[in-house]
Ligand binder design. Structure first.
Ligand SMILES: NC(=O)c1ccc[n+]([C@@H]2O[C@H](COP(=O)([O-])OP(=O)(O)OC[C@H]3O[C@@H](n4cnc5c(N)ncnc54)[C@H](OP(=O)(O)O)[C@@H]3O)[C@@H](O)[C@H]2O)c1
Length: 334
């Protein structure tokens, strides 16, 4: 199977390219070439998808058995890619997101759950805008374009919360790094909060297998259902330092200390308000029969820690508490 990865140099799309190579498939990756090279063994093609016609010119006359597109925000990019390769692809996977669903509070939802209204045309769209509503609506429009143009050869994968090697979001990686450094660590005291991580390498392997065996339709690419507390405890067991102590801090104290949910500065990553618990509590029983296989959490924790260490100690982080912020929360506990 000759597979084309639109992307292939970052996190998930890079893992897809690597998984395809490991399975013995010839791989071509298209990117601008600014985020680094694709994995060794993949063909690198340079094209800027924001330039009309660039992709069509770069892939002129080429035919692929399978295409995997991870375009994050832009339905026009998705349409252009499908048009550029019209009649010259077998199977098409589009990586969408759980953010496509209209109600993020609904727990145990499946792919039949209503999605947001599509955001089709974004001529001046800021592609760095990660407002969940805009992002989710752009994904819905992209999904529609894929179904219209690829028909019964389309596989739409609504990605859940991804983690592991190559993750630049600093969310799960914050915990692996922080636990490995040890001492008293602030964690949210939320025993009931669900959590559902998918290891990027498990998701990538499942996407490649789906392309090879012709899996079509729409699936959630989410992991096994768990709780945040179990995930944090399991991560601590796997990579925590000997002197690690988890200090469970009530949500009220965290709010008083201006600690943010989910991600970003001064946050406890992956902690979510109840109104968003449905994002990390999908019913994946239909997906799970075929994958993604879930490797042990300890393996994911070790991969995330190795990635963190490769990025270097003491770097500025996109998510989490600084040591000084964490100390302030601990002092507030008295
Ligand atoms: N992270 C999560 O938890 C999560 C959850 C749900 C869904 N998702 C979805 O999962 C996917 C993640 O994809 P990813 O990990 O591969 O990262 P990504 O940042 O979405 O993909 C970036 C890739 O596209 C290339 N690219 C960027 N701009 C380009 C342009 N103008 N022209 C051509 N290529 C361009 C990049 O290479 P260059 O920069 O070199 O061009 C890189 O290879 C996305 O679809 C995202 O929406 C993620």
């Amino acid at each position: 199977m000759r597979i084309l990865v639109l992307g292939g140099t970052v996190f998930l799309s890079r893992a897809v390219a690597a998984a395809a190579l490991a399975a013995g498939h010839p791989v071509t990756c298209v990117s601008r070439g600014v985020s680094g090279p694709p994995p060794d063994g993949a063909e690198a093609v340079t094209a800027d998808r924001s330039r009309p016609g660039a992709l069509a010119a770069a892939l002129h006359g080429r035919t692929f058995d399978a295409v995997v597109d991870v375009a994050t925000m832009s339905a026009p990019w998705v349409r252009d890619a499908l048009d550029a390769l019209h009649g010259r692809f077998g199977h098409w996977t589009f990586v969408s997101s759980i953010n496509a669903y209209a109600d993020p509070s609904l727990r145990g939802g499946t792919v039949t759950q209503p999605t947001l209204a599509p955001l089709h045309d974004q001529p001046d769209q800021d592609l760095t805008n990660r407002d969940p509503g805009v992002y989710g609506a752009a994904k819905v429009a992209s999904e529609q374009a894929v179904r219209e143009r690829a028909g019964d050869r389309a596989h739409v994968v609504r990605g859940g919360l991804m983690c592991g090697h190559g993750d630049l979001s600093d969310r799960y990686g914050y915990w692996a790094d922080r636990f490995a450094r040890g001492g008293r660590v602030v964690v949210p005291d939320v025993p009931a909060q669900p959590m559902q991580l998918v290891d990027v390498d498990d998701l990538a392997a499942w996407i490649v297998a789906g392309a090879a065996d012709g899996t079509t339709g729409t699936h959630d690419g989410a992991g096994q259902r768990s709780t945040l507390d179990r995930v944090l405890t399991g991560t601590a067991d796997a990579v925590g330092a000997d002197d690690l102590e988890l200090v469970r801090v009530p949500e009220r104290t965290l709010a008083e200390q201006d600690v943010a949910f989910w991600a970003g500065p001064r946050s406890l990553p992956l902690w979510l308000p109840e109104s968003l618990w449905g994002m990390v509590d999908r019913d994946v029983t239909t997906t799970s029969t075929a994958g993604p296989a879930a490797r042990p959490l300890a393996d994911t924790a070790r991969a995330a820690l190795a990635w963190e260490r490769g990025l270097g100690a003491g770097r500025g982080r996109r998510a989490g508490l600084t040591d000084a912020e964490e100390q302030a929360v601990l002092r507030a506990l008295g």
